[in-house]
Ligand binder design. Structure first.
Ligand SMILES: [Zn+2]
Length: 177
């Protein structure tokens, strides 16, 4: 016999816990407090072949390069988002995911170094060139955080849809030269 109350939300991580939550924000708060380092990936995620990820990786690199070029004057906090599926996001970042939130369907990667993100498996990229150009700016502590979450919206015919996007946040230091 189940003791769970169907009007409540239960944490899917701590299975033995009988206490439910009245609403999603209560459950989200519990996850943030108790499961901040939970990063077991959910079983519904399918892996995406590298060949299919290359377009997305290129788009991420393009955005990063734009922000590291000399003529890009902004320093300080940098944020940009790229639409991508949950499967694609997990395929790219699976080794760097530091937190998965089942309640919020979101993933967090912290302390992801810029170099680790895009040095490997990138043939024919102009990384060498852009690395030289980027010498005038540096990432503070080389730290970057990436968060993937479901974002909703409405199309032209007013149909609701759900899509995912990855948000990249990092800091650019002052010019060094
Ligand atoms: Zn829990």
């Amino acid at each position: 016999m189940s003791t769970q109350d169907s009007t409540k939300l239960y944490c899917s991580i701590c299975k033995r816990r009988a206490k439910g939550f009245k609403n999603r924000s209560g459950l989200q708060r519990h996850e943030t407090l108790k499961h901040v380092s939970y990063n077991t990936l959910p079983s519904h995620v399918r892996s995406v072949p590298n060949s299919e990820l290359s377009h997305l990786k290129k788009a991420i690199i393009k955005e990063l390069q734009k922000r590291l070029k000399n003529h890009h004057t902004a320093v300080g906090k940098q944020v940009f988002s790229i639409h991508c599926s949950e499967d694609a996001f997990v395929s790219i970042f699976k080794n760097h995911i530091t937190r998965y939130s089942p309640c919020g369907s979101s993933y967090f990667c912290r302390q992801l170094s810029f170099v680790r993100l895009h040095m490997p498996d990138f043939e024919n990229s102009n990384y060498e060139q852009s690395a030289k150009k980027s010498k005038t700016k540096s990432l503070v502590n080389g730290e970057m955080t990436v968060q993937w979450k479901v974002t909703g919206g409405k199309d032209k015919e007013n149909h609701k849809f759900e899509a995912g996007s990855a948000q990249f946040r990092f800091f650019l230091d002052q010019c060094q030269i």
